[in-house]
Design a protein around this ligand. Sequence first.
Ligand SMILES: [Mg+2]
Length: 294
Amino acid sequence: MTRNPTLTLLAAAVFALAGCASTAPRTAPVAVAAAGVAADDNLNAVLWVQTAQEYRALTTQTWRAAEAQLDAALADPQWTALLPGEGAELQTPAQKPAVIVDIDETMLDNSAYQARLVVDGASYGSASWASWVKERRATPVPGALAFAKAAADKGVTIVYISNRTHDMAADTIANLRAYGFPVEEANYYGLGVEVPGCTPHGSEKGCRRIAAASRYRVLLQVGDQITDMAQLTSNSPAERDALFNRYNAWFGQRWFVLPGPTYGGYEPAAFGNDWSLPADVRRARKQQALELAR
Ligand SMILES: [Mg+2]
């Protein structure tokens, strides 16, 4: 990439205008790279989520496919989307039906938060994330709301299991309700909620799946991470592959995965989950994980 003086001047003008128009919707400066901001590993992923028709098509078709499975799942009293050890043993035909969903990048789109990080040259942080959650400005993932309403029409409860911390429940539920998602406080399981008799493994959702299984027959699980469906004991490429391969038949049948390219377990798996490594070392490890022929 070469520096372009005209673009640099344009960037300066755009920054100045942005400063004068603080009440306008926030949009990114048009010549960030020309202004000398370092390349960001997340630029294309965030751009794709926010602008690609293909992203919206993928999320819409995934949610429609999930909806198409509801009738078959309701009709089969033995049907469950839970694995042994994660609530399957608790399932009975008499239980009311439910679907377990993740929230971030599943029901709600947080790409505006990611876009701010890209434009600001910043990285994810718990403080900036907490501020974003309080804003309640996440928007529905395309297709999610239609699914949630269709499920509700069939008498299927939506259970939300999220790694937003449990003290974010009020803001999260308000954000969901503002768009019409059916959500009850009792059906929101955030990170840190206690499940009697179960000790969670880190941020894994297994205990919360068991809690949901004690109340509902779980027809489907939907998320943007494979750990939204089942636990991993370590987030290694090998274990992630093993989970995917072992339950391959469940994807598109009981488990539905949405595209989530901006963050997720795939990335730290490439550098041993060691976020303490310098950014350039993490990037080098990711480059080393690329396959130059398959
Ligand atoms: Mg998610």
